[in-house]
Ligand binder design. Structure first.
Ligand SMILES: C[S@@+](CC[C@H](N)C(=O)[O-])C[C@H]1O[C@@H](n2cnc3c(N)ncnc32)[C@H](O)[C@@H]1O
Length: 261
């Protein structure tokens, strides 16, 4: 295979990459001056492997996030949610990022408030190991189960980008996502809210009164979560929309006395 610049860009374009010039930049950077490494990386990309698994990292909110093969790739669409969550974290506060994956959201929280305590969890040991390479205090286990009891009732903000794709819609995801990214990171059950609803149910134990839950979701899942949020003692949620006006997340405040977040 030719590995001059033009040939690499053409090969990427033929493989369906929508940004072949930028992807070629990333591959040349990652391969250094090693043409064998470049060919191997190019072949992996042509087979549809996510670019950050090949180059080893992605930028998220301006931060370099290491992403190991097998770990969900943080999406730029999550960046506004991460920034919003960080705005609710006081300088010496406490934050939790459930379903942390590579730890991108936790990194944004820690970078916004370097003196805060930021805990993260993920059920996937590969993700936990990856998040730790990003200096995230990642704990392995189901949702909140690995969190220390010491932070019960004192968390200022609890975030999660859980699996929320309805099972029946997984087949509509881009081919490379279906072929490579872990189904357990994506599949949210029949209507996509299985994990979301469980997070809502468990989070009051950790949040202080006035603390915020910030969740990524899609479609009309915020409506489906409404009664669960009320039962869990949250105020009316704020729906977070993207530039097209589609719901991408929600923020809700745990009712009760306490500093508004
Ligand atoms: C959509 S990915 C999001 C990762 C990361 N927050 C991000 O935005 O890049 C969902 C993550 O949730 C994890 N996960 C799925 N079910 C879980 C559960 N029950 N408890 C903890 N983590 C879970 C997966 O391993 C995956 O890393």
């Amino acid at each position: 295979m030719d590995v001059d610049r033009a040939s690499v860009e053409q090969a990427l374009a033929r493989a369906g990459c929508i940004s072949p010039v930028e992807e070629a930049d990333a591959l040349f950077d990652a391969a250094g001056n090693d043409p064998t490494a470049l060919v191997s990386m190019l072949e992996r990309r042509i087979r549809g492997e996510p670019l950050p698994w090949i180059t080893g990292s992605i930028r998220f909110c301006g931060l370099k996030v290491r992403v190991a093969p097998g770990v969900y790739v943080p999406r730029w669409q999550t960046e506004p949610l991460a920034r919003l969550a960080a705005s609710f974290l006081p300088p010496d506060g406490v934050a939790v990022d459930l379903c942390t994956g590579a730890g991108a959201v936790a990194m944004v929280l820690a970078s916004a408030a370097p003196d805060a305590q930021v805990f993260a969890t993920d059920v996937d040991p590969v993700a936990v190991a990856c998040a730790r390479t990003n200096d995230v205090d990642a704990l392995e286990g189901v949702l909140d189960e690995p969190l220390p009891e010491a932070i019960e009732g004192v968390v200022d903000v609890l975030t999660a980008v859980p699996p929320y794709v309805p099972s029946g819609e997984l087949r509509f995801l881009p081919r490379d996502v279906q072929d490579h990214e872990p189904t357990a990171a994506l599949d949210g059950g029949v209507d996509g809210t299985d994990v979301l609803a469980e997070i809502v149910r468990r989070s009051p134990r950790w949040l202080r009164p006035g603390g915020s839950i910030v969740l990524e979701l899609g479609g009309d899942q915020a409506v489906a979560l409404g009664s669960g949020l009320r039962e869990a003692g949250f105020d009316e949620p704020e729906i977070l929309s993207d530039a097209e006006g589609d719901a991408r997340g929600l923020r809700a405040r745990r009712a009760g006395r306490g500093q508004p977040a």
